[in-house]
Write a protein that binds this ligand. Structure first.
Ligand code: ATP
Length: 234
């Protein structure tokens, strides 16, 4: 499998403080990779840097072997990186349909594609996004991001505030997408169980650095260490 996303020695931060320190990881075609770590470990900042919102202080991000110009959200989007932020970035006063239209779903076939992946959205199409449940909002956010036809889909804390059943379903939808379309998925998660349910591999961040990485099975074997040292409470 070819490498879709390659992150090499990436550093970024706020003011003088570095939130991302020399982070390197890669995601191959059809892979789901989890970025794990407790609050403040630098997961969100890593995604923001990949999206060009936070300017890299060093290192490179490449998609399909081509370096993405740093600090420019448009360049990241153009390179094929889509980002579903923690807050989901929906227009809450607009309907589901309008949210999809703004993301570029203009015709029936595009809506049909959305319904195929997220059947719930069909009956909710004229409801305001702000009135949807958390799980439905997450589906809409994912559907919007997928309209970009990204090569890399990054999803930040998808599980936040959602019931376990819906999280499991969303994660399995992403797994299926990676398997069938080859899209490279980056899942930022605090929930180890959930992340490893779908992920092929994972990287654990602490104080902005990668401190552990491995395949799903490696990480499951080292779970006790992972949980006591790098996840859960401070
Ligand atoms: P969370 O799950 O809480 O989002 P995280 O692993 O994604 O945690 P980041 O949000 O990337 O972690 O935070 C990494 C570090 O950067 C933390 O020390 C945090 O306090 C700091 N930080 C994050 N956002 C800002 C900001 N806008 N200004 C200054 N410091 C920030």
């Amino acid at each position: 499998m070819s490498t879709v996303l390659s992150v090499d020695n990436l550093s970024a931060g706020y003011g003088r403080a570095l939130a991302v320190r020399d982070v390197s990881f890669e995601v191959k075609e059809g892979e789901v990779v989890a970025l794990l770590g407790r609050n403040g470990a630098g997961k969100t900042s890593t995604l923001l840097t990949l999206s060009g919102i936070l300017k890299a202080r060093g290192g490179t991000v490449s998609v399909g072997g081509r370096v993405v110009a740093p600090g420019r959200p448009y360049a990241a989007t153009k390179a094929g990186i889509a980002h579903v932020p923690e807050e989901r970035a929906l227009f809450s006063g607009l309907t589901v349909r309008e949210n999809l239209i703004i993301a570029g779903a203009r015709g029936k076939s595009e809506l049909a594609e959305v319904y195929e992946l997220f059947p719930e959205l069909e009956r909710l199409i004229d409801r305001r996004a702000g009135l949807l449940s958390g799980g439905e909002q997450q589906m809409l956010a994912l559907a919007r991001a997928l309209r970009q036809r990204p090569k890399v889909l990054m999803v930040d804390e998808m599980s936040l505030g959602l019931a376990p059943l819906i999280c499991a379903r969303l994660v399995s939808i992403l797994r299926g997408l990676a398997d069938t379309t080859g899209i490279a998925v980056v899942l930022v998660e605090q929930h180890l169980e959930l992340a490893l349910e779908a992920a092929d591999r994972g990287y654990v961040l602490r104080h902005g650095s990668v401190v552990m990485s491995g395949t799903r099975d490696d990480l499951l074997l080292r779970r006790a260490e992972l949980e006591s040292s790098y996840l859960g409470g401070a």
